[in-house]
Ligand binder design. Structure first.
Ligand code: NAP
Length: 261
């Protein structure tokens, strides 16, 4: 199926690593033009740029911390300056910072800054351009929004709010034919996930084995590419009557009967 994404312009927040890198990669293979908005200077490596450009893709990288509103504003300005249009936004940047109930009000607020506000800010500044293109928005949330995890109030609140905003924006943007959907990863091996395993458990290898054994479909983690394939579909006009939906891309981890594993 041709997703008709050729020459469409997408912004991927956190598009240099993990799930975001998978999304950048799949969109570039579909011929889309990309703006990768990410934090760590140099994290879009030469090798990655070469891989993305091998399919003829034009890419622009904006480095900056999206917690800073002016960075979000600049990302949109730069996208318009370079490509002249915006066909979609993938809100993906974020991290599970483990700010639980005992961490205190300041840590809780910081967690919302890190995980929630920039989802709103990017869409806010892109809105006139999304209206023009009848664009699409995909919010990368988490299973934690539905299941809880324990010890991570800020992240859970942000991930839940992303789902609420998905429905809220889907409703508000109906008159403009802008579709808004969310994907919910559960267990995807990324730099962030690796760090969480390695720093949170005395025996990370054993913990990984234990988690994988509970994933119903094929007892394996979801790949970034599998996440990205759904994101590309939701950005494309092949999903032209799909809006306000939450897609769990997790091998049945969140929704299937626990007795199966
Ligand atoms: P990752 O490997 O850490 O990649 C995230 C990328 O986002 C990094 O490049 C990071 O930049 C960037 N980023 C984070 N905060 C940023 C900010 N404030 N400004 C600019 N860039 C920022 O994480 P991932 O595992 O791929 O996670 C991607 C998304 O999926 C997140 O929203 C996460 O909550 C969600 N998720 C992941 C899993 C999973 O199993 N991996 C499960 C559920 C939900 P730096 O390099 O500077 O850190």
């Amino acid at each position: 199926m041709d997703l008709n994404l050729k020459d469409k312009v997408f912004i991927v927040s956190g598009g240099s690593k993990g799930i975001g890198a998978g999304i950048s990669s799949v969109l570039s293979k579909e011929g889309a033009k990309l703006v990768i908005a990410t934090r760590s200077e140099g994290s879009v490596t030469e090798d990655f740029v070469t891989e993305l450009r091998s399919s003829g893709t034009m890419i622009e990288v904006v480095y900056g911390d999206l917690q800073d509103v002016s960075v979000c504003k600049y990302v949109i300005k730069k996208t318009i300056k370079v490509f002249g249009r915006i066909d979609g936004i993938v809100n993906n940047a974020g991290m599970n910072d483990g700010a639980g109930l005992s961490a205190g009000p300041e840590a809780f607020r910081k967690s919302l800054e890190a995980n929630l506000y920039h989802y709103y800010d990017l869409v806010h500044y892109a809105l006139p351009h999304l209206k023009e293109s009848k664009g699409a928005i995909v919010n990368v949330s988490s299973k934690v929004a539905l299941t809880g995890q324990g010890g991570t109030s800020g992240y859970a609140a942000a991930k839940g709010a992303q789902l609420a905003l998905t429905r809220e924006w889907a409703a508000e943007l109906l008159p403009f034919s802008i579709r808004v959907n969310a994907v919910l990863p559960a267990e995807v091996m990324t730099p962030l996930y690796r760090k969480w395993l390695d720093t949170s458990f005395s025996d990370p290898a054993n913990k990984e084995k234990e988690i994988v054994s509970k994933i119903p479909l094929e007892q394996r983690m979801t790949t970034s590419e599998e996440m990205a394939n759904m994101v590309a579909f939701l950005l494309s006009d092949r999903s032209s009557h799909t809006t306000g939906q939450f897609m769990s891309i997790d091998g049945g981890y969140t929704h299937l009967d626990r007795s199966l594993t």
